[in-house]
Design a protein around this ligand. Sequence first.
Ligand code: FES
Length: 159
Amino acid sequence: MSLQPASTEFAARAKSVIDEYKGLEGPLLPILHGLQEEFGYVPGESVPIIAETLNLSRAEVHGVITFYHDYRSHPAGRHALKVCRAEACQSMGGDAIAAQLIQALGIGFHETAADNSVTLEPVFCLGMCACAPAAMLDGEPIGRIDAEKIEEIVAEVRS
Ligand code: FES
């Protein structure tokens, strides 16, 4: 995570989000959520601003960002692939499917490919248990994933 000094424009945008939530009880999570909404991720440059505003150390803020996987410290990829890791999908071979996707894409869960093509996220039930194992690519449900569908997914995110 970059902790370089923020540009004036960035600092103004970040501060306006931080100011919106800083009066709440337990403001850190709403602030992080707000920053992710604003920028698509929680930029490292916002950490010192948050720390100063909330009178926390930078390490404390950074620790919270890395503890919650929902917060990204880098921009998301062009495609979002969410792979179900819940029970019904696991019972239908979801673990092997996840492993094959990880291998084919060369990234783990909560990671974005180096070419920024895709971000891989685990989810816990997509409501498609009858079509397990399931995933969602850019909001489009994909059921009964097998080796052929994995190839299609990989081709789609690389296209
Ligand atoms: S458990 Fe995977 S979609 Fe419900």
